[in-house]
Design a protein around this ligand. Structure first.
Ligand code: BTN
Length: 270
């Protein structure tokens, strides 16, 4: 199986992106690519770090991201950001849509959904997740760190995870995939989507989101800072906030939180 190679990754990056300086690190092992890239000095352009394995891969809400060696993609991108932070509304969703476009280019179309804000699911099983972090620097600048974990060449059966339903591209397609090529495509789609987000805001992505929204119409539980809110998901608003209608018909809007399908509607019906 091919190893990660920064020179090969570069050959898959579009000229539009290469107009900017791009610094690539491909490492054998690291604690977390998000942590590694965060500790680098600030530089112009884009920085990408990918690794064959992570000893302390991190997921959202302090979860661990399982990172078997030489099989999957563990990649983080760091970008300087000189605009108002309000321009970042919907970034998590837009990042997911960039991953979906990459997967579409690899021939995956059906059964792909996004569980708000950024879990990529195939037939309800987790294929990819993102951990987005914002660093605010003393000189009023901010830098974004976009960490992407994508299960590529792992055999699910070799890595049973308790309580987790997950899958890989190998499971779905029955063949091994070129990770250098996929990382190049992820960067191209992410960069294009990020530029569009700055121009149009999330509204420019609303239709794309609707096609892949895994939660629309579903009864869900949203957990946020130790509070659980139950209700029916009703899509997202123009800035990508989740719309939740509770049992008293009150409408709530959420910018962050963890979502899961809920059995609360069954309780109400009986
Ligand atoms: C989630 O779904 O909880 C987010 C998972 C994000 C995992 C990626 S792997 C590359 C980057 N480095 C990390 O430590 N985490 C992210």
């Amino acid at each position: 199986m091919n190893r990660l190679n920064k020179d090969i990754i570069r050959t898959h990056i579009n000229n539009d992106v290469l107009r900017h300086p791009i610094h690539i690190y491909s490492l054998d092992t690291v604690d977390s690519t998000n942590r590694f890239i965060k500790d680098l000095p600030s530089r112009e352009g884009l920085t990408l770090c990918c690794a064959e394995t992570q000893t302390h891969g991190r997921g959202r809400f302090g979860r661990k991201w399982h990172s078997p060696s030489c099989e999957n993609i563990y990649a983080s991108l760091r970008i300087k950001f000189n605009h108002s932070l309000s321009k970042l509304s919907g970034l998590s969703l837009v990042t997911s849509l960039a991953i979906i476009k990459t997967l579409n280019e690899l021939g995956l179309q059906d059964d792909l959904k996004v569980k708000w804000p950024n879990d990529i699911l195939w037939q309800g099983k987790k294929l990819s997740g993102c951990l987005i972090e914002l660093m605010t620097l003393p000189n009023q600048h901010a830098e974004l760190i976009i960490g992407i974990g994508l299960n590529v060449n792992s055999h699910t059966a070799n890595h049973p995870l308790p309580d987790k339903s997950w899958c890989s591209l190998l499971d779905i397609t029955g063949k091994l995939h070129d990770r250098n090529l996929i990382i190049g495509k992820l960067i191209n789609h992410f960069f294009q989507s990020f530029e569009q987000l700055l121009l149009t805001g999330f509204e420019g992505f609303a239709e794309q989101w609707e096609r892949v929204d895994a939660l629309k119409g579903q009864f869900i539980t949203l957990s946020q800072q130790n509070e659980l809110i139950h209700g029916q998901a009703n899509g997202v608003n123009s800035i990508g906030q989740l719309i939740l209608i509770d049992n008293n018909e009150n409408i709530h809007y959420f910018s962050s939180g963890d979502t899961s399908l809920s059995s609360i509607a069954v309780y109400n019906a009986t």
